[in-house]
Design a protein around this ligand. Structure first.
Ligand SMILES: NC(=O)c1ccc[n+]([C@@H]2O[C@H](COP(=O)([O-])OP(=O)(O)OC[C@H]3O[C@@H](n4cnc5c(N)ncnc54)[C@H](O)[C@@H]3O)[C@@H](O)[C@H]2O)c1
Length: 282
């Protein structure tokens, strides 16, 4: 099957970025959300981001205008009709995603590839919520989507070779670099990254070094572009705690216990950049 028309569910942080890269790659895109206001915000964000690319010279004004014209928005799942590939990027909640996927499946052809951008839910479990689960797959983009080259491709137990091939082809057409990851909590990148940040929080908690020195150490000693504690503040400490808790529960292994200082800071409402205070102040 030749994919010519893509639908993206959810116009938030990830959904509008995914819609943007698909439209720039030449695909007509229908962007679906629950409210017109969310769609307007999503489209305004992606247009602003494309203008930034234009001013940097990485996109021409004509390419940006053409991409913008390829994006249609709707709050009605009946509008999915002709999509051959649907990428679900709605709020991270199992029951919500299961409901969305059933709505998607009811409105597209039975051979339409359905992908999820979930960061932490089981692709196999999500696939089980629809008929023809062999057409279901995880395609995990990274934030911000237009800037980050990586996509993790996650097969559920049910995913067919044909669906996997379509996901690979998509990443190639979008100019992204895919890696294949197994269906375990955190897949590959977050499984390594988030416990590393958690360990940096243990180091801080034990008073072994200041937050500045921990970050300087990891930047200058490991060539990381941003220190783990500044990255924690950027991601949000509440999000990190939720991921560590999911790892702890999912693997049933104490090596994934969240650092007590992380819990304490979340309890205090010190969530990082979004609350103005985390390991650093903003
Ligand atoms: N934010 C990140 O850094 C990041 C990175 C990789 C993957 N993800 C994953 O991407 C997905 C989306 O995350 P996000 O950060 O963009 O969230 P977000 O909160 O920014 O956006 C979610 C959007 O989904 C919409 N939505 C809720 N219910 C819906 C429904 N029934 N139908 C259509 N739209 C609906 C919301 O209105 C909202 O606009 C999640 O699964 C998340 O785990 C996030």
């Amino acid at each position: 099957m030749n994919i010519e028309h893509i639908a993206v569910i959810g116009a938030g942080t990830m959904g509008n970025g995914i819609a943007q890269v698909c439209a720039i790659a030449g695909y007509p895109v229908v962007l679906v959300d629950v409210a017109d206001a969310a769609l307007e915000r999503g489209v305004a964000t992606l247009n602003k981001n494309m203008q930034r690319q234009v001013s940097k010279g990485t996109l021409t004004a004509e390419q940006a205008a053409a991409a913008s014209a390829r994006i249609r928005t709707t709050t009605d799942y009946a509008g999915l009709g002709t999509a051959q590939l649907v990428i679900e990027a709605a709020t991270e909640n199992l029951q919500l995603k299961q409901r969305i996927l059933q709505q998607v499946a009811a409105n597209v052809a039975t051979d339409c590839v359905i992908a999820t951008n979930t960061s932490s839910l089981s692709v196999t479990q999500l696939a089980a919520s629809i008929e023809h689960p062999e057409r279901f797959i995880g395609v995990h983009f990274f934030n911000p989507v237009p800037m980050m080259a990586l996509v993790e491709i996650i097969r559920g137990l049910q995913t067919s070779d044909g669906t996997y091939a379509q996901a690979l082809l998509l990443t190639e057409k979008l100019g992204k670099r895919p890696i294949s990851a197994g269906n375990r909590p955190g897949f590959v990148v977050n499984r390594i990254l988030v416990p590393m940040i958690n360990e940096a929080i243990f180091v801080r908690q034990e008073g072994l070094a200041s937050a500045e020195d921990i970050d300087t150490g990891m930047c200058l000693g490991c060539n990381q572009p941003i220190g783990p504690l500044a990255l924690a503040d950027l991601i949000g400490l509440d999000t990190l705690l939720a991921i560590m808790e999911a790892f702890h529960e999912g693997f049933n292994d104490s090596k994934y216990r969240p650092a007590p200082l992380l819990r304490e800071m979340v309890a205090a409402g010190w969530l990082g950049r979004k609350s103005g205070r985390g390991f650093f102040t903003y």
